[in-house]
Design a protein around this ligand. Sequence first.
Ligand code: ATP
Length: 302
Amino acid sequence: MSMRLETDRGAGPAAELRGVAKAYAGRPALAGLDLVLPRGAFLALLGPNGAGKTTALSLLLGLRVPDRGEALLLGGSPLDEGIRRRIGATPQVSAFPPVLKVREVVAFVAAHYPDPIPEPRLYERFGLGGLAGRQVGGLSGGEQRRLGAALALLGNPEVVFLDEPSTGLDVEARHLLWDTVRSFHAGGGTVLLTTHYLEEAEALAERIAVIHRGRLVAEGTRREITSRIALRRVRFRAAAVPDLEPVARSAFEAGVVTLYTPDADRLVRRLVETGAAFSDLEVLPAGLEEAFVSLTREEEEA
Ligand code: ATP
């Protein structure tokens, strides 16, 4: 007698990575990453280019297998066909033969799902109406992204994985996509989205997990993470780096002090209070890369 283990539909996270490591030709892309996507959550995986976001997603989707650790999807294996039918993901658009028409790709993907969104509604929701008869290979980058997002949601999935969905989209197309993803989530859907835009994570997600160089360096609510990431860069000429708070990181080169801070107003007030001589004060937004580096250091020092 054979016994079939039913996957649990109600309990447990929608997806989970437990201590996963993955290397490409000996170079680590993920180094012991833990990540939990609870059911009904909207999590953004934020990190700079090469952080390991796509790799993390590919392990959850069963496209790659971890060297170490475990990837779980809806309580089971990401390699399980039955489980995969309950999720949606933005495909690598380059995976489709470029000569196929949009409507052929849509029909091909729809055939894998028991209850797909009817084509006209799909086209309307993703602004794809005029593209149905076009060959995939001839679509612009933005049009391909839109098609990718449509394919991810096409099967009415429980969980959707979106890999950098709005890269290359113009403002209108990005907002259309955001609205569609928001309404999917409002209807009870679980979302994991990767992005290297803080604004995108901030606009959409409830929680943000920051990864840098294959490791989780911060995880929290949108507000917690935004306040730690939205650093300012305060720069001035001085003889030495003054001892000031709050400073995430500092540098001193050729008589120029650079301080990265979550609160530039407070920092500048303190600087003036010290009475130290300084000149050429500048306050600028710091790049995200700086924030990622600072978070990585905090993590290493903890
Ligand atoms: P991006 O924002 O640029 O898409 P990412 O955070 O998604 O980056 P990954 O694509 O997961 O990062 O890449 C993580 C690391 O693994 C990078 O150093 C990348 O060069 C490397 N890498 C990814 N895929 C491969 C591959 N197929 N072969 C070799 N190295 C790879």
